[in-house]
Design a protein around this ligand. Structure first.
Ligand code: CMC
Length: 428
């Protein structure tokens, strides 16, 4: 028997049977509930989409209570252990792990597009020397739409495939240019014989040597961090990508919007905020006083808490383990002890325990990035590179979903009723 929800409207005494699919009712099925026929009908009020599924998706699964994260069914722990970012990106984008032949083709095709148009690099030179790299990243990704007007052809699968290759290939180049610009060094050219991450390190850090030597431990660590950040279902930036894409804007414009949503300190800017917080706390001795201030509502413990995870974020567990391998190469980040102390105290404290606040992906990632030589304001950019794979996959899924239309939430109007315009001289 089909599952239904029976609703009784006490205003009219009428009963309604609303079908249940996947533990969900359709919000538009509530519209039949009305007192008079000319009414709009019942709506749901759900600021911040706390309890609203906006799409059906086959890409990423999260069980927030159990701390489970799957990309296309594969556990994040197995991917972090055995896969690499380009393979994981392929999985997220196309639904299956590639065969060896398809992997090689994919890698070759991505690496073919790593170069940036000279005019794009000239545009980047126009930023102030102290421009925030994320601001540069957002603007430059948006500017890509002017270089590839063919991207407007969003209903052509071939065009979408080409823009996908361009975006996956060019975001590390743009990110590296942001970094080089901020330190006043010339832009490096890609070395496509290196791995995707190896080439990114080359774009970032090569100086005068003819060939950049990649440290394999740091290369692998960054690759794993990229895998962990590749997708996370309907978060703020992904929802933005889908929302902008739903108006049929080109993918570069939509991705610039998604990156802008990521920039905020409650989302991808949290890794940057964690480092600033640790610097502000200053020493392990100040941790209890800081925790006290957080509990009194004077600021948040950045890198803690999550809308979906109500247990330890599985990505944070992997990053914490990996930190030791990186610190063996780079030397320990002096902020690590303070972070461990914060975690220890918070995980024992009633305030954090009762609210199920655990370290999230951003709590430890910044410590690794900093040890690898990245300035703090590059952290959100490092988040945006791998998340590009997730954003494009979600955008593509949205465009191919017959249920989707232009995003257009409703509101409950609580403003003034109709009133007559008052000329300036008669206003009080
Ligand atoms: N420090 C202190 N208290 C917190 C924190 C925190 N980091 N996070 C949530 N709370 C408290 C909050 O004050 C509220 O308490 P009360 O019920 O007494 O008012 C309760 O916990 C529930 O918080 P909420 O704000 O209703 O939860 P939310 O689901 O709206 O917010 C969050 C989720 C991630 C925005 C929030 O936990 C937060 O601001 N964390 C710090 C920023 C951060 O680390 N963001 C990165 C998220 S993971 C990476 C990503 O996906 O971008």
């Amino acid at each position: 028997m089909a599952e239904t929800l029976t609703i009784t409207d006490n205003r009219t005494g009428k009963q309604y049977e609303v079908p249940i699919h996947d533990g969900t009712i359709k919000a538009t099925d509530l519209r039949q509930i009305k007192v008079t026929p000319d009414e709009f009908g019942m709506m749901t009020y759900d600021p911040a989409f706390m309890n609203t599924a906006a799409c059906k998706s086959r890409i990423t699964y999260i069980d927030g209570d159990k701390g489970v994260l799957l990309y296309r069914g594969y556990p994040i722990e197995q991917l972090a252990e055995q896969s690499d970012f380009l393979e994981t990106a392929y999985l997220i984008l196309f639904g299956e792990l590639p065969s060896a032949k398809h992997y090689d083709e994919w890698k070759r095709n991505v690496m073919l597009h790593t170069m940036l148009h000279t005019n794009l690099s000239k545009l980047m030179e126009g930023f102030r020397h102290d421009a925030h790299p994320m601001g540069m990243f957002i603007s430059t990704v948006g500017a890509l739409s002017t270089f590839y007007p063919d991207a407007k052809d969003i209903f052509s699968a071939e065009s979408r495939r080409l823009q996908t290759l361009r975006l996956i290939a060019k975001v590390p180049s743009i990110a590296a240019y942001c970094f080089r610009h901020s330190i006043g060094r010339p832009f490096n050219l890609p070395d496509n014989d290196l791995s995707y991450v190896g080439n990114f390190l080359n774009l970032l850090f090569r100086m005068t040597e003819p060939r950049f030597t990649v440290n394999p431990v740091l290369e692998r660590a960054l690759d794993v961090l990229f895998i962990l950040h590749a997708d996370h279902e309907q978060n703020c930036s992904t929802s933005t990508m889908r929302a902008i894409g739903s108006s049929h804007a080109d993918p570069y414009s939509a991705l610039a919007g998604a990156a802008a949503a990521l920039y905020g300190p409650l989302h991808g800017g949290a890794n940057e905020a964690v480092l600033r917080m640790l610097n502000e706390i200053g020493s392990k001795n100040n941790v209890p006083a800081f925790i006290k201030r957080v509990k009194a509502g004077e600021g948040r413990l950045m890198g803690f808490g999550h809308r979906v995870y109500k247990s330890y974020d599985p990505r944070a567990k992997i990053i914490k383990r990996m930190a030791d391998l990186v610190f063996d190469v780079t030397g320990k980040n002096p902020l690590l002890d303070m972070a461990l102390e914060l975690e220890r105290i918070a995980l024992e404290d009633e305030y954090f325990v009762s609210r199920k606040l655990y370290p999230n992906v951003d709590f430890y990632s910044g410590l690794i990035y900093q040890a690898m030589g990245f300035p703090v304001d590059m952290f959100p950019v490092l988040f945006a590179i791998p998340r590009t794979a997730g954003w494009i996959a979600q955008w593509d899924e949205m465009l191919n979903d017959a249920d989707q239309k232009i995003v257009r939430p409703r509101q409950i109007y609580i403003g003034s009723g109709p009133r007559d315009y008052v000329p300036k001289e008669k206003r009080r």
